[in-house]
Design a protein around this ligand. Structure first.
Ligand SMILES: C[S@@+](CC[C@H](N)C(=O)[O-])C[C@H]1O[C@@H](n2cnc3c(N)ncnc32)[C@H](O)[C@@H]1O
Length: 509
């Protein structure tokens, strides 16, 4: 069941619509409903004033948007772009807090402070009156206020996008006699979507149209916007800190909202990307994770990456979620595209085999995939149901037979073991496993990469907590250098501050 069906299931009968209509406020009428409002001229002006000038593509600093028949529009470097350089930064066209964070984070800037409740729905909370009023106007909360429980966060995004793109950019308020608009410039891939998806979208769109008294023509347009959002939606991530049972504070990058960005949507996906995105509240920044030569495409990953997922899995995810068949160079050519790498049954670490092999390409030994599959399942079961460290260590023993030393599969078990020991406050054993995982990450992603910076950060925390001052000092220094090279010192200021604090605590300034 998809999101629209869920939304509709809970409220498709007319009684629900009638109840939902009671929740409409003058602001809804000002921004959305067909009939000309008889009052709240003032509110209407606030809403209209909130619409910003459409984004200009020439805002890119080191890059430009070009178009070819195969890649569509995409971004290329207009000069050599150094590793870590910020290419571009923008505020969202529309954004919305994720349902489970409402009341727990500011609904506008998505920060952790929530001292003020929305005066209308009292459901959403804000860190300041300025965020509250910005969300009401430019954040278009006025459009969706009071509608929680009727629509989920994704549908709220659709309603906001529909409202925002349908305003006349100069002075006229939204009015259907002039026709609504889709989100300017964004692809929808609607022709590649399944019939059942389109049907579910249509039911959701019909529900909106009924609720807001929008005319029939709006349904088709809403369906198009839903498809556009599916293909162009970004999860907004923030660092969320939680106290664990062991008394440690865990920091995790977590999705706290979703957004559509007019210009960042021009970046194509690659399973081996050379750029990455970071968030400062809802503001997105794109930075290069490696130096990109003039004229080369700059791309980001929409989720799957070749170093972690097999070609089949990546293609499946991209087709199901975004409705396109990936033609990035990792999928077309690279060896990584062959999927998970295994050890040849000869046990020789230099012999690597892939799913498509029936004989080992190096030593010619025949491969018994049925036995490998069985052993792999056994290891997976042990890992998934692990209650004690012994279970994990048994899984690791089996995996060491299955995968080569630099396999990411092994790396992730080392990582799990590190977390396991850290929760038991045995930071030194945790650091030992983290070092092993770190080496694999460096081997696969390169010394200077986001992944190795993340892994180095983990190692720093473990060494610091394990009172290994000298090793911790060296690790912090290396981590800070990596952060600076990759531009993470700007993108993840809190982490950088933490590194500095650890350095200070070690007595080194
Ligand atoms: C966010 S848009 C990127 C800009 C888009 N190329 C355009 O012309 O507007 C995402 C869409 O671009 C296309 N696309 C992006 N990366 C691709 C890739 N690696 N292979 C094939 N198509 C891709 C797909 O149609 C996808 O739904």
């Amino acid at each position: 069941m998809n999101q629209w069906q869920r939304a509709v299931n809970s409220s498709s009968d007319s009684q629900h619509i009638t109840n939902a209509r009671r929740r409409l406020t003058p602001a809804h009428i000002a921004v959305g409903v067909l009939q000309t409002p008889t009052r709240s001229q003032e509110i209407r002006h606030i809403a209209v004033g909130a619409i910003q000038t459409p984004p200009r593509l020439e805002d890119f600093r080191n890059a430009e948007v070009v178009s070819t028949p195969i890649q569509g529009r995409h971004v290329v470097a207009s000069k050599v772009v150094e590793q870590g350089t910020s290419i571009f930064s923008e505020e969202p066209f529309v954004h919305e807090i994720d349902g489970k964070w409402i009341g727990k984070r500011c609904s506008f800037c998505l920060g952790a402070n929530t001292t003020i409740a929305c005066r209308q729905c009292s459901f959403h909370r804000y860190c300041s009156t300025s965020c509250e009023s910005s969300n009401w106007t430019s954040g278009l909360h006025s459009m969706i206020c009071n509608l929680y429980g009727i629509f989920d966060s994704d549908m709220m995004l659709v309603l906001k996008a529909f409202t925002k793109s349908s305003f006349d950019q100069r002075t006229m308020p939204f009015c259907f006699s002039q026709g609504g608009k889709e989100i300017p410039c964004l692809v929808s891939n609607i022709d590649y979507m399944s019939e059942s998806d389109i049907k579910a979208y249509t039911v959701g769109a019909q529900l909106c149209a009924d609720l807001f008294y929008w005319p029939k023509e709006s349904v088709q347009l809403l369906v198009k916007i839903m498809a556009q959002i599916r293909c162009n939606r970004f999860a907004i991530k923030a660092t969320v800190s939680t106290n664990t049972a062991g008394g440690m504070v865990e920091h995790q990058e977590t999705a706290v909202g979703s957004a559509v960005y007019a210009q960042t949507s021009m970046f194509n996906h690659s399973c081996a990307p050379n750029a990455y995105v970071t968030f400062d509240g809802p503001r997105i920044t794109v930075r290069c994770s490696e130096t990109v030569l003039k004229g080369k495409e700059i791309n980001i990953s929409y989720g799957p990456v070749a170093t972690r997922h097999s070609t089949l899995d990546r293609q499946k995810e991209l087709t199901e979620k975004y409705c396109f068949l990936c033609n990035c160079h990792a999928c077309l050519q690279s060896e990584q595209g062959k999927g998970e790498v295994y050890r040849c049954p000869s046990g020789n670490d230099h012999c690597k085999i892939y799913r498509s092999d029936t004989l080992c390409p190096s030593c010619g030994r025949p491969i018994d995939w049925a036995t490998i599959d069985l052993t792999e399942k056994q290891a997976k079961k042990l890992r998934d149901t692990a209650r004690t460290v012994d279970d994990l260590l048994k899984a690791l023993d089996i995996e060491r037979q299955l995968y080569p030393k630099d396999s990411l599969r092994l790396g992730s078990t080392y990582d799990e073991l590190a977390a396991f020991y850290a929760h038991r406050q045995d930071f030194n054993t945790a650091a030992k496993y983290c070092t092993l995982s770190n080496a694999i990450v460096v081997q696969n992603y390169g010394q200077v990469s986001i992944e190795s910076a993340d892994e180095q950060f983990k190692l720093v925390t473990l060494l610091f907590n394990g009172y290994q001052s000298e090793a911790a000092y060296k690790a912090i220094k290396k981590c800070m250098e990596l952060f600076r090279t990759l531009g993470l010192d700007q993108a993840r200021k809190d982490d950088m501050k933490e590194l500095q604090e650890m350095m200070n605590a070690l007595g080194v300034h």
